[in-house]
Structures are given as structure tokens and as C-alpha cells.
Design a protein around this ligand. Structure first.
Ligand code: IPE
Ligand code: IPE
Ligand code: MG
Length: 264
């Protein structure tokens, strides 16, 4: 048992576990890990404020280290997908300087993380209203997606200018177009066929959704896909969320009784 776990965690083990991480990791059951984890990475602004920074962007910058650590861990655990809510459709109303700084951080992330993504066999994709993004960001996104397209491990899905209601409406529009073209009729539209019209249906619904910073709301994230997702709300702010916190969230997930409307 111990040996197979160590083999599976090769990429992580290059950085040795702390005693706490070792203990948390040993408590995880490798057979019942979630396939798809989604995270609402919240609390960057509060983190910056709590550290005495005047600009919220310091929190966003610090949050990149959490993104890297969680992605690496998810890849090493052989999860199939990790969807990160990085920027919502509603976030465009924030002060222009913050939005510009976030786009600049995203641009840098998309370039700087390529070696890390390759090393961890991670394929990058994105969901959301990608046409809203600045041209330079769209270009970098397309380039990183293309470079990592043949990686066969974790799929890292960045939700960018993402809003679940817009995603659903786009899918409805597509269904109408298909109906007009005679490719589908009303009876063929079921929850299963409709789900195929959403962004990245191949990832499947998230099994676990984590939100940091204690807020208990979805904020327009994955409204359709989260129908039977387990929610874990963490008090820590996103830049403080690291590997042990991720392990704890996975353990919490494994303690849940998922009934999907049935009975035991
Ligand atoms: C999450 O942190 C990051 C984004 C929404 C882009 P926030 O910026 O929402 O931080 P808080 O919630 O104000 O602390
Ligand atoms: C949700 O966080 C969006 C992201 C984490 C990208 P917000 O901070 O925007 O959500 P609200 O405004 O608190 O609901
Ligand atoms: Mg927030």
C-alpha cells in the first residue's frame, strides 16, 4: 500500500512532505478521491488588507503560488480535472486598475507556467466568455492551450470571464441553432444532451467544490454542473490555501455520504 502511494505521488515527493502533510496524505483513500475538483479562489483582497498592503493586487499575486501548489498536487494525485474560478463575468465592474492588473497577472501566468504544466503533464483549457478578454490574453491562452494539448494528465480548466448563467444561455442558443439546422429536435434535448452543449462537458460534473474565505455562495459558478457536487467551505483566504488545506478538503469530501437522491 505504502509503496504504491509513493509511486503515484512521484511529482509531489520531489518536495518532501511535512509531518502534517504525511499524516493527512496517509489518511486519504486513493480509491475514493474526487475526479473533478472545482475551486472558488476567494479572499485575495482581504489577504492583502490583512497583510497591510494598500493594493488588492498583492493578494492576487500571492494567490498564484496557491494555484501552482494546488495544481501540482491535483496532478500528482491523478485527479482528472481541476476547474479554477479565476475571474467572473461580474468581476469586470471592479476598478479598472485592478482588472488591468489581474489581466497582466493572467498573461504572465500563461507564459511563465508552461514549463510547470509540461513537467506535471497538465493540459490547460478555459471556460467562459473568452471573447471578453483582451486580445493579448486570448493569444497567450490559445498558445498555452495548444502547447499543452497533448498532455495526458490533469486538465486545468481556468474559468475566465465566466458566468454560469451566460454559459447556460450560450448552450440554449446553440440548441436553437441546431434545431433550426435540423440536427436536433425538442424530444432529443434532455439534461444529458443539453450538458454536452456547455463548456468542456468532457470534464464531467465536479465531485467537490471548494470555496475559500468562508463565503457560502456560488457567485454564478457552475450552476448546472454543481447539481450534486459536495461543497467544502474553508475559512482560510486563497493565498493561504496550500497543500495541507487541499488534503483536508479531500478528507472532508471522503467523509461525505453522497446519495444522489437515493437511500443507503
Ligand atoms: C478572489 O479574491 C479573486 C478574484 C475574484 C479575481 P477577491 O479579489 O474577491 O478577494 P476578496 O473577496 O475581496 O477578499
Ligand atoms: C467569485 O468571487 C469569483 C472568483 C473567485 C473569481 P467574488 O469575490 O467575485 O464573489 P462575490 O462578489 O463575493 O460573490
Ligand atoms: Mg471575493
Amino acid at each position: 500500500m505504502g509503496v504504491s502511494k509513493e509511486n503515484k505521488l512521484q511529482p509531489i515527493l520531489r518536495e518532501p512532505f511535512t509531518a502534517e502533510e504525511e499524516q493527512l496524505f496517509r489518511a486519504l483513500d486513493p480509491r475514493t478521491l474526487p475526479r473533478h475538483v472545482a475551486i472558488i479562489m476567494d479572499g485575495n483582497g482581504r489577504w492583502a488588507k490583512s497583510r497591510g498592503f494598500a493594493e488588492r493586487i498583492f493578494g492576487h499575486r500571492a494567490g498564484i503560488d496557491s494555484v501552482r501548489e494546488v495544481t501540482r498536487t491535483a496532478a500528482a494525485l491523478r485527479l482528472s480535472a481541476l476547474t479554477l474560478y479565476a475571474f467572473s463575468k461580474e468581476n469586470w465592474v471592479r476598478p479598472r486598475a485592478e482588472v488591468e492588473a489581474l489581466m497582466a497577472l493572467l498573461d504572465r501566468f500563461l507564459v511563465d507556467e508552461i514549463p510547470e504544466l509540461m513537467e506535471n503533464n497538465v493540459k490547460l483549457v478555459a471556460s467562459g466568455e473568452l471573447d471578453d478578454l483582451p486580445e493579448s490574453t486570448r493569444r497567450r491562452l490559445a498558445d498555452t492551450a495548444e502547447r499543452t494539448a497533448n498532455n495526458s494528465g490533469l486538465v486545468l480548466n481556468l474559468a475566465l470571464s465566466y458566468g454560469a448563467r451566460s454559459e447556460i444561455v450560450r448552450a440554449v442558443r446553440r440548441a436553437i441553432e441546431m434545431a433550426k439546422a435540423g440536427e436536433i429536435n425538442g424530444e432529443e434535448l434532455t439534461p444529458e444532451t443539453f450538458a454536452q452543449l456547455l463548456d468542456h462537458p468532457e470534464l464531467g460534473d465536479p465531485d467537490l467544490l471548494i470555496r475559500t474565505s468562508g463565503e457560502m455562495r456560488l457567485s454564478n459558478f457552475l450552476l448546472w454542473q454543481a447539481a450534486y457536487t459536495e461543497f467544502v467551505i474553508v475559512q482560510k483566504l486563497w493565498p493561504d490555501f496550500r497543500r495541507p488545506d487541499f488534503f483536508r478538503a479531500l478528507l472532508e469530501f471522503q467523509s461525505r455520504d453522497r446519495r444522489f437522491g437515493g437511500v443507503r
